[in-house]
Design a protein around this ligand. Structure first.
Ligand code: DX5
Ligand code: ZN
Length: 222
């Protein structure tokens, strides 16, 4: 059986924000299927980006799968708004709410794919029992807040351990890796068990996007 192709989810954080609609179209034309939307509130992380109104406007511009990574405190306050804006997947941080299961259930209830992100130092144990409910787990491989940071090496082992945990439960939860992904480490990350790779600076700095996407896929496949 052929190996599953890695999904590349380019992080818009590194795109040209003054040309959002054009960037989305360019991704779509380049054959990308996913786009990673980094929502930051200036509290959970030091940086501020954009929220539901911008996502709603972007929704009109393309059919890409909106992979929404919420780096916000108490995300339960905004699940309906992000779902109604057009999110296909909503990923909340395990560290951002006291009632993870309730928020995951609320996301699924809206017909959106639920995912949980873990900061580099957060142990996998915190989500062990939620795995059957999760479409995806995001392993942060930098401390969230900014693009262009350096990959934290111990995260590769964390991906391997998560893969084993998912297998043990016979689940089909995807593993996403976010932060410091480059052409030099992507192969190793896929070998460790990553299904979806987020790439911001290592993607948008190297147009044309179709070529960059192809090179990522080729490098990941080895
Ligand atoms: C960081 C964000 C990432 C970031 C990745 O908080 O969650 O999605 O944009 O950017 P690179 O690929 O440049 O590390
Ligand atoms: Zn992200």
């Amino acid at each position: 059986m052929a190996a599953k192709e890695t999904i590349i989810s380019p992080s818009l954080l590194s795109c040209d924000f003054s040309r959002l609609a054009d960037e989305l179209k360019a991704l779509e034309e380049a054959g990308l299927k996913w786009v990673h939307l980094d929502v930051m509130d200036g509290k959970f992380v030091p940086n501020i980006t954009f929220g539901p109104p911008v996502i709603k406007s972007m929704r009109k511009e393309c059919n890409l799968f909106f992979d929404c990574h919420l780096m916000i405190e108490q995300p339960e306050r905004y699940i309906d708004e992000f779902a109604d804006a057009g999110a296909d997947l909503i990923c909340i941080h395990a560290e951002s709410t006291n009632h993870l299961e309730r928020v995951v259930a609320a996301i699924a209830e809206k017909g959106v794919k639920p995912a949980i992100a873990l900061n580099p130092a957060t142990p996998l144990e915190s989500i062990k029992y939620l795995i059957p409910q999760l479409y995806m787990v995001l392993i942060m491989s930098v401390n969230p807040g900014f693009g262009g940071q350096k990959y934290i090496p111990f995260c590769t082992q964390k991906v391997r351990d998560l893969k084993a945990m998912i297998k043990e439960q016979n689940a089909d939860t995807l593993i996403q890796l976010d932060g410091g992904v480059t052409m030099d480490n992507c192969r190793e990350l896929v070998e460790a068990g990553a299904d979806v790779l987020v790439s911001g600076s290592a993607f948008f700095k190297y147009p044309p996007y179709a070529e960059r996407h192809k090179l990522f896929l080729k490098t990941c496949a080895g």
